[in-house]
Write a protein that binds this ligand. Structure first.
Ligand SMILES: NC(=O)c1ccc[n+]([C@@H]2O[C@H](COP(=O)([O-])OP(=O)(O)OC[C@H]3O[C@@H](n4cnc5c(N)ncnc54)[C@H](OP(=O)(O)O)[C@@H]3O)[C@@H](O)[C@H]2O)c1
Length: 261
């Protein structure tokens, strides 16, 4: 990861686009990236919450916000138009959500929206922004999930989207080796807005919950080392180990029991 500019002239500071910066991991990325001397472009849908993120930073005047719904027909286009003039050094593909419940009983529109926001948008953004990121020897962080490590009954579309995101991100890291650094972040549960949005009740999985500041910090450490696949903290590493060592048929039954509405 090349050093960011620390020039006091704001015009020369390099820009980072953080999607989903209105809370959770996105807010934490803003807090941890700002002291490194970047100009942040904070994306989200909720203007009021995005403003709270901006207000929580030390130099709000250095940063900007951009509103775009990644499920909407023109969402990606308007987000890309909003960063057209930015000298982009980094892209944090963080915006995402999951839905919990029976596939059959959940509408198809939200299922497809998960694919749009969690998979299509990061791939499309990376493709469009790659020339600028490469020119700056910059980076991409793709916020995936340990949900992408095994099929999840009752969160089937979310797990499928994150599995695809992780595969794509890991492959791209090798294609872009020496040109840009890429991190695939695969966290387990964390107390952000994610659970409320998904509709999932609090459950026994709470043992594995880990704080968002640690998770984001771990991904930035992986970036400093040149990129790679990051499973943050011991709780999520333990969960990952269990996923890797439990026979799939048993894991499927255990997860179905745990997640069944
Ligand atoms: N928390 C966990 O347990 C966990 C575990 C593993 C992976 N993750 C991943 O971490 C990432 C961040 O989630 P979080 O935990 O921080 O949840 P969060 O607090 O709910 O934040 C999600 C962010 O994504 C944005 N977003 C969602 N749908 C969007 C859309 N259609 N268009 C534009 N922005 C959209 C939200 O923006 P608005 O609020 O403005 O709508 C919000 O800023 C997601 O990719 C999630 O899958 C979370």
């Amino acid at each position: 990861m090349p050093e960011p500019s620390t020039d006091s002239n704001q015009k020369t500071l390099k820009s980072i686009l953080i999607t989903g910066a209105s809370g959770g991991f996105g807010l934490e990325y803003a807090k941890q990236l700002e002291p490194m001397g970047y100009t942040l472009i904070l994306h989200g849908r909720d203007a009021a919450r995005l403003q709270l993120t901006l207000d929580s930073l030390k130099h709000p005047e250095r940063h900007s916000t951009i509103l775009a719904d990644l499920n909407a027909r023109d969402g990606l286009t308007s987000l890309l138009a909003g960063v057209a003039d930015a000298d982009l050094y980094g892209l944090v593909n963080n915006a995402g959500f999951g839905i919990w419940g029976s596939f059959e009983k959940t509408g198809i529109v939200p299922q497809i929206d998960v694919i749009k926001t969690d998979l299509k948008a990061p791939i499309a953004l990376a493709h469009a922004l790659l020339p600028r990121l490469r020119a700056n020897h910059g980076f991409i962080i793709n916020v995936s999930s340990l949900a992408g490590e095994s099929p999840l009954p009752y969160m089937s579309t979310y797990a499928a989207a994150k599995a695809a995101l992780s595969y794509w991100s890991e492959a791209l890291r090798i294609e872009m080796c020496g040109q840009i650094s890429i991190v695939t972040l695969a966290p387990g549960p964390s107390p952000t807005g994610f659970r409320d949005v998904s509709g999932m009740p609090m459950g026994p999985g709470s043992f594995f919950r880990a704080a968002s500041d640690m998770i984001v910090h771990a991904s930035l450490n992986t970036l400093k080392k040149g990129g790679g696949y990051c499973v943050p903290g011991w709780r999520h590493k333990l969960l990952y180990l269990m996923q890797r060592t439990t026979p799939r048929s048993l894991a499927l039954h255990l997860m179905a029991k745990h997640l069944r509405p």
